[in-house]
Write a protein that binds this ligand. Structure first.
Ligand code: CO
Ligand code: ZN
Length: 333
């Protein structure tokens, strides 16, 4: 999985510009019978398995990542930016960004009376150019950038920007590779767009597919670092988390019960997630049409929405095992 994760985390894909991630996934899918992949009008990538079954599960992982958009180019060539998704201005000075065209920029900040007043209006991006004319040869208003943070592996851990949610994309793809053709219900794997700006791709694709059940695969925060901001028992390396709730969804109790049972029966290490802040595609899926019982598998991740997003390789493997077991179980109660 390392090779796949390396390529997926290196792909450029801020919300709204998922083309590169999608074409990489499509390329991978050709090896697992991918010609049946469909791309909807918003850019969601849909792959269906077990088409003839009565019931249908939608399994979603978002392709997009957080990023930045150019709002203004100063006379002297410095760029002003706005966040695409949830990013704290405070953590940004000194960071490197990469634009879609390949240009690198460094984030700088203006002088402030108090550092706590730092917000996006006080930040700029330095591309090493001398004036607006030179800058415009590299980027235009509305162009987007992501953290320049390629994958490294240290021990059992992967570190990269975009682990949110290329980790989930990797788990879905790996599951697709290993999934037998004979399934108790059909499964629509969807690689969604624009999760980071409000679960937008998932909202549209859920309407299209009209599933009986939903399942999102994404990353979640851990509490296993010194003095974590939010107290949670989740740790890296202790297995994928079965989501109970976050701020976008209270998972259907029958779905979480089924997930717990399947994990236990297959001796797959797992944890339970109660996330106080943050959401995922499950939030949009469960509110589609007349409502869809939905759950989520979360890959524990430290330093979410920074260039240092860190996951444990065993959690990815166990995430695939859990998903494989869940999709080979008949969903009924
Ligand atoms: Co995110
Ligand atoms: Zn995410």
């Amino acid at each position: 999985m390392k090779e796949l994760l390396t390529r997926l985390t290196a792909a450029f894909g801020p919300a709204g510009r998922e083309e590169e991630v999608r074409s990489l996934l499509k390329q991978e899918l050709t090896q697992v019978g991918g010609p049946d992949a469909v791309v909807d009008d918003l850019g969601n990538l849909i792959v269906t398995r077990g088409k003839d079954a009565d019931q249908k599960i939608l399994v979603a992982a978002h392709m997009d990542q957080i990023g930045f958009m150019v709002t203004f180019i100063e006379e002297n060539g410095f760029l002003r930016i706005t966040p695409v998704g949830g990013i704290q201005a405070k953590s940004l000075p000194g960071m490197r960004l990469r634009f879609g065209g390949g240009t690198t920029g460094v984030i700088g900040q203006e002088k402030l009376k108090a550092q706590k007043d730092l917000d996006f209006s006080k930040l700029y991006v330095d591309m090493g150019v001398n004036d607006r004319e030179e800058a415009e040869k590299q980027v235009q208003i509305g162009d987007t950038a992501v953290f320049d943070a390629p994958l490294v592996m240290e021990g059992n851990r992967y570190i990269a920007g975009a682990m949110d949610n290329r980790a989930g994309c990797t788990v879905l793809l790996e599951t697709l590779r290993r999934l037998p053709t004979d399934l108790p219900q059909s499964v629509c794997f969807v690689f969604t767009v624009q999760e980071e700006v409000g679960l937008r791709g998932a909202q549209a694709v859920s309407y299209r597919l009209n599933p009986h059940f939903g399942l999102a695969v994404d990353v979640t925060r851990t509490g296993d670092t010194p003095e974590p901001q939010f107290k949670t028992p989740l740790s890296l390396g202790k297995g994928p988390a079965i989501k109970i709730r976050d701020s976008s969804v209270i998972c259907h109790p029958r779905v979480t019960a089924l997930m717990r049972r399947v994990a236990d029966q297959n001796s797959i290490p797992h944890q339970f997630e109660v996330l106080e802040q943050g959401g995922t595609d499950a939030g949009a899926i469960h509110l589609s049409r007349a409502g869809v019982p939905t759950g989520a598998v979360s890959i524990p991740c430290r330093y979410i929405h920074t260039p240092g997003e860190m996951v444990d390789s065993a959690d990815l493997e166990n995430g695939v095992s859990l998903l494989l077991a869940l999709l080979q179980t008949e969903w009924k109660w």
